[in-house]
Design a protein around this ligand. Structure first.
Ligand SMILES: Nc1ncnc2c1ncn2[C@@H]1O[C@H](COP(=O)(O)OP(=O)(O)OP(=O)(O)O)[C@@H](O)[C@H]1O
Ligand SMILES: [Mg+2]
Length: 343
């Protein structure tokens, strides 16, 4: 939890949204900040994502606009004496990430941070590297170059025989991976287990929680995603939308700090898309930290705090949805968005 303090020394917290007057917002930025803070307070730790690009503060918290604040690496932003705010570091951060498959360079020098409560929509055409980026964050792929930090802890990688890198510490990988929930396009439920068994599998066998406790929590999660009545059915007995909601419940059961969604609705019939988006929207309202690869541009505009446009393995646009989706700087991004909105 982040502590915000005002210039008069008191803590700003509880249910009260921050207002511009609390924060001495620089001239010209008040509308953006008011909206962001009212919507996201109190859990969002960072209001970086709605800074207009023109301010040069994109990617930095509000503190950066206020004198005396400095970024201190994984520890986040800090101020030496004085008034305004303390934040923690990113929930997940990648620095200078490069990923190759043989001679094919799929991601090139990608840097990206998600702070608590951020919802980052990742868009881009097929083959641009979106899934590979999420898979690197979840350590399903090991990047050739760059760093991955989860909750400020750097994933330790070492050179592999024959080139590339591999995890230096398997236990660290398991521990870090447990903090990241992943939802795939194709659900990936175990077909021989019931929905409830799917959900308690990792909490019981990986996190060593009791079956009884995990089952109670699983039922609560199934109720939350609206399929409690399917708890004892097998995946094949569920519709695609219900399977995807079960997959979301399964990811949440690990109590992850960050959720990654890779096109969670693109395998669904159009009439089933809405029920999955409703569940994701509810998670946004809980201020969960999420990275969401999606072709649902309208949905991204509605829920994302930030939109990243990938092109040929590089970040070509990165900013608030109002800017990237409505007035993109790059022609390629503009064409991509209009093709998606037409489709
Ligand atoms: N395991 C792999 N081995 C070799 N090449 C791969 C592998 N995984 C992905 N690629 C290649 O990396 C590139 C990026 O793939 P990726 O799946 O990340 O794209 P994407 O943006 O998610 O595309 P889509 O929108 O179609 O899902 C593609 O050229 C793909 O063929
Ligand atoms: Mg993909």
């Amino acid at each position: 939890m982040i502590k915000w303090t005002t210039s008069v020394g008191g803590r700003v917290g509880g249910a009260a949204p921050l207002t511009d007057s609390h924060l001495q917002v620089p001239r010209g930025l008040s509308c953006t900040l008011s909206r962001q803070l009212t919507n996201r307070w109190p859990v969002s730790s960072n209001v970086s994502t709605n800074w207009p690009r023109s301010t040069g503060l994109s990617g930095k918290p509000l503190s950066a606009a206020l004198t005396g604040w400095k970024h201190s690496g994984a520890a986040g932003w800090a101020k030496s004496g004085g008034s305004v705010l303390v934040t923690n570091g990113p929930a997940i951060e990648i620095r200078g990430l490069t990923k190759r498959f043989g001679a094919l360079e799929v991601l090139r020098d990608i840097s990206l941070s998600a702070f608590d409560g951020d919802v980052i929509a990742i868009i881009g055409s097929s083959g641009s590297g979106k899934s590979t980026l999420l898979r690197c964050m979840n350590l399903l792929e090991v990047p050739e170059d760059g760093q991955i930090l989860v909750g400020g802890e750097e994933v330790r990688l070492r050179p592999a025989r024959g080139g590339g890198r591999k995890p230096a510490d398997r236990q660290q990988i398991d521990r870090i991976r447990a903090q990241i929930g992943m939802v795939f396009q194709s659900f990936n439920l175990w077909s021989h287990l019931t929905v409830l068994q799917n959900i308690i599998e990792a909490p019981v066998h990986v996190q060593k929680r009791s079956k009884a406790e995990a089952s109670v929590e699983a039922e609560a999660l199934l109720a939350k995603v609206g399929i409690l009545d399917k708890a004892h059915q097998y995946p094949a007995q569920l519709s695609g939308g219900q399977q995807q909601r079960a997959a979301i419940a399964r990811a949440l059961a690990m109590r992850p700090k960050v959720m990654l969604f890779d096109e969670p609705t693109s395998a669904l019939d159009p009439e089933l898309v809405g029920e999955v988006l409703r569940v994701i929207r509810a998670l946004v309202e809980e201020h969960r930290t999420m990275l969401l690869v999606t072709h649902e541009i309208r949905f991204a505009r509605e829920v994302a705090s930030r939109v990243v446009f990938l092109h040929q393995g590089q970040i070509e646009e990165d900013g608030p949805p109002g800017e990237v989706l409505q007035s993109p700087r790059s022609e390629r991004c503009r064409q991509f968005i209009s093709s998606q909105l037409r489709g």
